[in-house]
Design a protein around this ligand. Structure first.
Ligand SMILES: CC(C)(COP(=O)(O)OP(=O)(O)OC[C@H]1O[C@@H](n2cnc3c(N)ncnc32)[C@H](O)[C@@H]1OP(=O)(O)O)[C@@H](O)C(=O)NCCC(=O)NCCS
Length: 162
């Protein structure tokens, strides 16, 4: 880890994911998740207008990423991950803020997501950002099998976190 990664908060560049980022993102996904998305999932979503994907770049490397889906007035945070050495530095916060701005501009009034009940760090992150539990979806995840908690954040039409 370098000197920037050692500081409490970093100022990553948040930008759209490009085809050229997919190898790095897919490699990070393998490190982060026990049931990672295949590389093809990132390739497919970059071709689809309903999907969006962002990366966080610091010191020329991708340190985090997040994906979302737009469905009429609903939006879904489908993936978010930060490289282990870059956590607790507001990287995910900056990705989420950008997505909240984008989906609000698209006229969405809710942002939904699923999280494993055992994922304490992600649940703490979502609670900090105003997500509330809607319901539990049994046996949603594989490797390992686990329920999903479906969380929601209600959006104000003019809202834009900063
Ligand atoms: C969840 C995740 C994306 C958070 O990324 P991050 O960049 O570390 O998050 P941020 O620094 O923006 O936010 C930190 C806040 O989230 C919460 N949080 C994050 N990790 C936490 C942990 N291990 N324990 C307690 N709270 C935690 C806290 O509220 C924290 O605020 P604080 O540092 O002021 O206490 C990251 O831990 C991660 O990549 N986890 C693995 C992938 C994953 O689970 N993704 C979500 C799938 S649903």
């Amino acid at each position: 880890m370098n000197s920037v990664a050692n500081s409490r908060e970093v100022l990553p560049i948040i930008r759209s994911m490009k085809d050229a980022d997919i190898d790095s993102v897919a490699a990070l996904e393998q490190v982060i998740f026990p049931d990672p998305w295949p590389r093809a999932a990132f390739v497919e979503q970059l071709k689809d207008d309903m999907w969006g994907a962002l990366v966080a770049e610091a010191d020329g490397e991708i340190v985090g990423y997040a994906c979302y889906l737009l469905v009429h007035n609903e939006s879904h945070l489908t993936n978010i991950g930060v490289a282990p050495g870059w956590r607790r530095k507001s990287v995910a916060c900056k990705l989420l803020e950008r997505i909240l701005g984008i989906v609000t501009e698209h006229g969405c009034d809710i942002l939904l997501l699923e999280v494993r009940p055992s994922n304490d760090s992600a649940r703490a992150f979502y609670a900090k950002h105003g997500f509330r539990e809607l319901y539990r979806r049994p046996n949603y995840y594989r490797r390992p099998v686990e329920d999903a908690l479906v969380l929601v954040r209600y959006l104000e039409p003019t809202q834009n976190e900063s």
